[in-house]
Design a protein around this ligand. Structure first.
Ligand code: AHR
Length: 646
């Protein structure tokens, strides 16, 4: 009889199409969930800052451009093209006597003799023949320029032009005097143009030029000293509902090869024309138009904790190091820079660094709970320096959580050694793990953190699933995103241990790529969301307060269930090519119908600027009766079911 019953059950189950039922007991709590789990990691890679979120359209606006490994004086002309018009005997040269500010040392000096000169900036991705200063019909742009002259007679006309130097905006006419003066004007584009920013100088005499600028007028934070950020990209970041923002790197924070490449936060604050540009580890320059003040402003606008990363006196170990790390004595002295940074963020407006913050426009302190010392560092020389810096920071600011790096890999001797060091000496620090692994690894390791002792908390500061390279890129396809989603179910199950996590890298400008894949792509006009972006957003929008214990075992299906005061969140990832029909039963469930968000498609699907909505989430309602329901999980899908509890 019993056998018959089992047979009938199996028969009914098979023919009803159900493969498994997910039983949920809302009182069976496994652990509390971190309330800072999902955030952002921002680094100036792939033109994420200069040429991206920082809306300066001109390349090398201040003639400071240089190459990190082989600096040459002529690099400082990068992005500019000088043309003599007609007859005349005009010359130009780079000079550094009496600059706008000692930190902004180089400017262009033009000597025009009975003739005319066009100085043309080609933008980030242009060439001498094809400008990349892109303006769009009826959009407004803020042009500005510093100039100086004690003898010039004639006309100086500034505008955006087509490649034939014909203006496509109104023109700004300037009459410089013998002190550096900023000239500015808002203009409107007559038509869409890929052109140049052109300064036409007609007449006789010498003119000095620096800090040329062209920015769209509709930017966010225009009043910030750096000049603001690109609104559409910032709104996209806001959509991710981030709980923290890690910045400014990455390798950029450590600097590479030379000590002069360490990221020095003090170079990035104050009036923008006084900031000291630095070569970017990933190529190009960092204008620091987005500097530490702007980062803190962004955190405030996002409602996210700031997670500044400072170097630990150790250059990027993953790259060739040409100069030695800071000695122990130098490290102790450098600690003051970190204390000054904390004072800049949190000191009152009468303190030395707090007063600079107040002058820049924010008299009230920013909130600062975390500071990361080092990025992707490892081994004894790093841990010695971390120990020195952490002790000094903790003595002065015991409430700040310091973050220690565990190196750049997921597995093996290096990370084991890091953890041994950390457990021995820094078990109160938050541990910054980074790994970029193939997609399959993420599926196999969803239980990674089940095994970790609960004593020391983890910050997964950089991760992404990597697919095999196609052409020159690793694609941002649906499969990689689903493997990340499956992994996040494991992270949520362990979010008593994993306090924070963020995908990397965050942003990439189409055509100017250092690294793939990336979470968000953009060009001059559009922002493109990847399947991984949609996963991050779906998870961060539906984070719970507590994780529930659930037993549910279905091949290639990963899940986690969490709850808040008035709802249950069920996240299920089906990484197979088959549909799966499952039942859901919530014990004592007084439930209303659920809201479902589903992301699905073909394994290799990607979004592109031509088809940006090939993979996008869809929403629908799912009927629940007395806590029971059933749902068909699509092949290759991530489904989030939010069940309101009455
Ligand atoms: O996210 C890109 C790079 O990956 C970061 O700069 C570095 O920390 C890691 O190696």
């Amino acid at each position: 009889m019993k056998k018959l019953l089992i047979f009938v059950c199996i028969f009914l189950f098979a023919f009803s199409g159900f493969s498994e039922t997910l039983f949920i007991d809302p009182d069976d709590v496994k652990c509390e969930m971190s309330d800072t789990l999902y955030g952002l990691f921002f680094e100036d890679i792939n033109c994420a800052a200069d040429g991206g979120l920082y809306p300066e359209i001109l390349l090398n606006r201040s003639f400071e451009y240089q190459s990190l490994l082989n600096p040459q004086r002529h690099d400082r002309y990068t992005g500019w093209r000088m043309i003599r018009i007609g007859y005349g005997d005009s010359e130009w040269e780079l000079r550094n006597d009496n600059p706008i500010h000692a930190n902004n040392e180089t400017y262009l000096s033009v000597s025009v003799k009975n003739g005319a000169v066009n100085l043309m900036n080609q933008g980030f991705n242009g060439s001498a023949m094809r400008g990349d200063v892109k303006v769009f019909k009826d959009q407004k742009y803020d042009l500005s320029l510093y100039a100086r002259s004690d003898d010039f007679e004639g006309e100086i006309v500034v505008s955006v032009t087509n490649s034939g130097a014909v203006p496509v905006t109104e023109t700004m006419r300037i009459e410089p005097n013998d002190t550096w003066t900023k000239y500015e004007m808002t203009v409107t584009a007559e038509r869409d143009t890929n052109g140049f920013f052109t300064i036409e100088i007609i007449g006789d005499g010498n003119v000095d030029i620096d800090m040329a600028s062209c920015m769209p007028s509709d930017r966010t934070g225009k009043e910030w000293p750096g000049g603001g950020i690109r609104t559409d990209i910032f709104e996209t970041l806001k959509d991710l509902n981030p709980k923290f923002l890690r910045f400014p790197g990455g390798c950029v924070a450590e600097g590479s090869h030379f000590r002069s490449n360490f990221y020095n936060w003090k170079d990035t604050v104050g009036p923008v024309e006084t900031r000291k540009e630095n070569a970017n580890t990933w190529g190009g320059m960092q204008t620091y138009g987005i500097g530490f003040y702007e980062y803190f402003m962004m955190c405030e606008a996002l409602g996210a904790y700031a997670v500044p990363v400072v170097h630990a006196g150790v250059l990027c170990q993953a790259r060739e190091i040409k100069e030695p790390l800071l000695s122990v004595e130098e490290t102790k002295a450098y600690a003051q820079d970190i204390l000054d940074l904390i004072e800049f963020a949190t000191g009152d407006a009468t303190s030395e660094w707090g007063s600079l913050r107040a002058e820049m426009g924010h008299p009230d302190p920013f909130e600062l709970k975390y500071i990361a010392i080092g990025n992707e560092n490892w081994a004894a020389p790093y841990f010695t320096r971390y120990g020195i810096l952490e002790k000094i920071v903790k003595e002065a600011y015991p409430n700040i959580t310091t973050i220690v790096a565990a190196g750049p890999v997921a597995e093996g001797g290096l990370i084991n050694d890091s953890w041994n060091n950390i457990r021995r000496s820094f078990s109160d620090s938050l541990v910054d793990e980074h790994y970029y692994m193939d997609s399959g690894w993420f599926l196999k390791n969803t239980n990674r953190y089940d095994r970790y002792p609960r004593t020391t908390k983890v910050f997964l500061g950089e991760f992404a699933a990597h697919e095999p390279v196609q052409g020159s890129r690793r694609p941002n396809n649906l499969y990689a995103a689903l493997c990340e989603a499956a992994y996040l179910t494991g992270i949520e199950r362990n979010s008593d241990l994993v306090e924070m996590c963020c995908y990397a890298p965050l942003l990439a400008r189409d055509g100017m790529v250092d690294w793939t894949p990336n979470l968000i792509w953009f060009n001059e006009k559009d922002v493109l969301l990847t399947p991984s972006f949609h996963i991050q957003k779906m998870f961060s929008e539906n984070a719970g307060d507590e994780v529930l214990n659930t037993g549910f075992d279905l091949e290639n299906v990963y899940h986690v269930v969490t709850k808040t005061k008035d709802a249950i969140q069920i996240k299920i990832v089906n990484v197979s090519e088959d549909e799966k029909c499952i039942g859901i039963e919530i014990e004592n469930g007084k439930t209303a119908n659920a809201e479902v968000t589903e992301l699905s498609g073909k394994r290799s699907d990607t979004n592109s600027f031509v088809k940006p909505e090939k993979v996008v989430p869809v929403s629908f309602e799912l009927e629940f009766e007395n806590g029971e329901s059933k749902i068909t999980l699509k092949p290759m899908s991530c489904t989030i079911i939010v069940v309101p509890m009455k």
